[in-house]
Design a binder for this molecule. Structure first.
Ligand SMILES: Nc1ncnc2c1ncn2[C@@H]1O[C@H](COP(=O)(O)OP(=O)(O)O)[C@@H](O)[C@H]1O
Ligand SMILES: [Mg+2]
Length: 320
């Protein structure tokens, strides 16, 4: 069988116009491209929302395909070989003249993984090459970037993508791949991906691996997520003191969907918050959130998942 390239690469945007959402950011980047000049930039936001893609298509718009190959350098700041390797690579790259342009672009991913000292060193490197290079830094939290770097950059805040934006992109891919995706399956992917388009596309590809027809059942099993109704059922069972039934439900979730203890606890939290006042009153939710926090901590610390989840359900019963 032919090995398929990951769809996140296959369907990576090729131009600024193909970026979904982030409209005010894309407008600014378009104007940079038109003026053929860009400032240093800091892209902050969650994973899978188009930060890397935006840097790439901006550079392509400025340099063209040929110039892009020579004038664009992508580095990961969390490179385990250390900041020195990163700085030397930047030096080698920035030293030579740009092809058919006034500057080169250095894209540094996960800049917030750098320690404050390493960021100071990066700041000095940025200053050394102001004439010949522009930096685009990408991070999850801009607050983890030192002030002197922030003040040298225009900051762009990327948002999680909306349900509609994710659906739109997925349906384009589905059409191209000749998939038959049920509406409920789209909803399931949107639910499981939480605004992260990379995750959404990966779930779609994982589901398509099992066949062209994609149902919500397939999506939930591929993404190790339970149906929201099943999680709510689990909460209701525990809350109404039906321990045996709650325990059976738990077994089903862990075996049918291959969910880990942490997967389940996070989804229990998400559904509890969304459940309506009649099912569980707000004042009780507050107590239950505290219970969830305690057991989440225990699981993360390495206690037996199964026992902790059952103990959590037992705690829920106290509040019914
Ligand atoms: N806003 C977006 N528009 C179009 N595709 C996107 C967008 N965000 C993510 N993607 C898809 O997800 C993949 C990962 O996106 P990427 O730009 O690397 O995200 P980030 O750098 O924010 O983690 C891309 O290859 C693309 O297929
Ligand atoms: Mg990225």
């Amino acid at each position: 069988m032919q090995v398929e390239i990951p769809w996140v690469e296959k369907y990576r945007p090729k131009s600024l116009s193909e970026i979904v959402g982030q409209s005010s950011i894309i407008e600014r980047l378009n104007s940079y491209a038109r003026s053929r000049n860009v400032p240093n930039q800091l892209y902050s936001g969650p994973a899978g929302v188009g930060k890397t893609s935006s840097a790439i298509v901006l550079a392509k718009a400025l340099f063209g395909e040929q110039g892009f190959k020579q004038n664009f350098l992508e580095l990961n700041a969390s490179d385990e070989r250390g900041i020195d390797v990163v700085r030397n690579t930047i030096k080698d790259f920035a030293r030579t003249l740009a092809f058919n342009a006034d500057f080169k672009i250095i894209f540094l991913d996960e800049a917030d993984a750098l320690t404050a000292d390493a960021q100071q060193a990066l700041r000095r490197t940025m200053e050394c090459y102001t004439k010949t290079a522009r930096f685009i830094l990408s991070c999850n939290y801009s607050s983890r970037i030192i002030e002197p770097i922030q003040s040298r950059c225009v900051i762009f805040r990327f948002s999680p993508l909306t349900d509609a934006e994710i659906k739109k992109k997925l349906s384009e891919i589905a059409k191209h791949e000749k998939l038959d995706v049920e509406d409920s399956a789209y909803d399931a992917i949107v639910y499981a991906s939480e605004g992260d388009l990379r995750k959404a596309i990966n779930i779609l590809q994982g589901s398509a691996f099992l066949g062209k027809k994609i149902t919500d059942k397939i999506v939930y099993s591929v993404s190790s997520r339970a149906r929201p109704v099943e999680i709510r059922e689990l909460i209701k069972l525990a809350f109404s003191k039906k321990f045996i039934e709650a325990r059976e439900m738990l077994t089903k979730l862990m075996y049918d969907y291959g969910m880990s203890g942490e997967d389940i606890i996070i989804q229990v939290y998400r559904e509890l918050i969304e459940m309506d006042e009649k099912a569980i009153p707000t004042r009780v939710k507050i107590d239950l959130v505290n219970v969830i926090a305690e057991y989440n901590y225990r699981i993360v610390e390495g206690a037996n998942e199964r026992i902790q989840l059952e103990a959590m359900l037992a705690q829920f019963m106290k509040y019914s």
